[in-house]
Design a binder for this molecule. Sequence first.
Ligand code: SAH
Ligand code: SF4
Ligand code: F3S
Length: 468
Amino acid sequence: MDPISKTETPTKAPQANSKRCFIQTYGCQMNVYDSERMAEALVTAGYEQVESPEGADMVILNTCHIREKAVQKVYSYLGRVKPLKQKNDDMIVAVAGCVAQAEGAEIISRAPIVDMVFGPQTFQQLPDMLDKVNDLRARGEKARLVRTEFPAAEKFEALQSVARKPITRNPSAFVTVQEGCDKFCTFCVVPYTRGEEVSRDTQDIVAETRALVEQGVCEITLLGQNVNAWQDRQSGLRLDGLLRQLGDIAGVERLRFTTSHPRDMDDALIDAHGSNPKLMPYLHLPIQAGSDKILQAMNRQHTAADYLALVRRFRQARPDLALSSDFIVGFPGESDEDFDATMALIDEVKYAQAYSFKYSPRPGTPAADSPEQVDEAVKDARLQRLKTRLAEHQRQFNEAQIGRVLPVLFEKPSKKDGQMSGRSPYLQTVHVSMDEAMMSAVRGRVLPVKITTAFSFSMVGELADEDA
Ligand code: SAH
Ligand code: SF4
Ligand code: F3S
């Protein structure tokens, strides 16, 4: 899961009579998905999305609490919104997501411009909250709504009853299938901000996928904090079975899932990588650290050898599998030898891509109280070394594709003019030069591309013959 991005939810130009809403999203893909669903719920309430908070009638901050400065970031953003609200007294300001869950009413007392605070499991109540804010304002009262309960099952029911509204979509879409986490890794806030593990029903996931396909989506990424813990509560179906059912839907060309926990991996899901033709050869399987001492202190409940054995089984099922991971450097008690074990592990696995972070003590988590905190300068140096080596491996993985013809799903124009960008099966970004007419013709299609150049974080190619 990419927990560092700051993402803009797809937008549409506002119509003259509709109200304007701006959503700023921080954090992982689950927040991106939640923001999209908020945008859809707001369509019903008469709002259109806009691309900046200036001139908006509503501003929602969908927040992430995973690392330090999360809370400061929220207050500094609210500081930016304050003068806008002073210009437009009718503006509604909301703080949503994982910081909202953790801080609750504290946010409203520290930032009086905020009208509502709601957690990741309560955003389906958004239309109702809007009505309440408007009622209170009509009576001359200030709204101070705080909704931070954990009714995850209720959220899933609500998601099912609200059909996915046609907002502007990428050809690739997220579908949340599992929420929450019961693992309690000693560094992590997610079990506290997202609540316990809950799986969504198969029929709802299938219905949502069909609705997305009707809107032109052809790649679905199933999301969950521990997506491979997904299990249908009635039938007992596991993720491999769900992927098979979704792959049978006409129009679904590619399937992915993230994030998996090594502990929840089963044989059937490993085999699916060799037998399900729609399942892409890419697996995000975080290990965090290569030392058993640190893995144990993190409460990951597996060893480095267990993880490497899993990787071998995956590669037997799908030899060209691209592997990805998350790493934390400078976890309390991490010695030079422990860190060397992480470097040795990455040299053995040779990841196609990875995210790495400095350990950040989170309030309320056990590791934050450890007396063995690692020096910031040591963390910086380790992160630098790790990132350099990971980028080398990534470049090697990309360079190995030069000369190959890969099926690329074209998504959007690249930042550089005259280029369209898409994703290879291994989730690499591929840029291809073409004219404007061609750009609209290829958007949303999977086409063969011959790879000509490779960098650490992207590749360049040219369209190849369809039968190449
Ligand atoms: N459920 C996923 C991870 C979700 S959080 C898993 O278990 O793999 C995404 C990533 O953020 C984690 O994998 C971890 O690398 C990082 N992270 C979480 N808490 C952190 C902390 N306190 N400091 C630094 N990185 C952290
Ligand atoms: Fe956090 Fe661990 Fe749960 Fe992942 S498995 S969300 S790292 S507690
Ligand atoms: Fe952040 Fe919450 Fe996701 S803390 S990483 S937005 S689950």
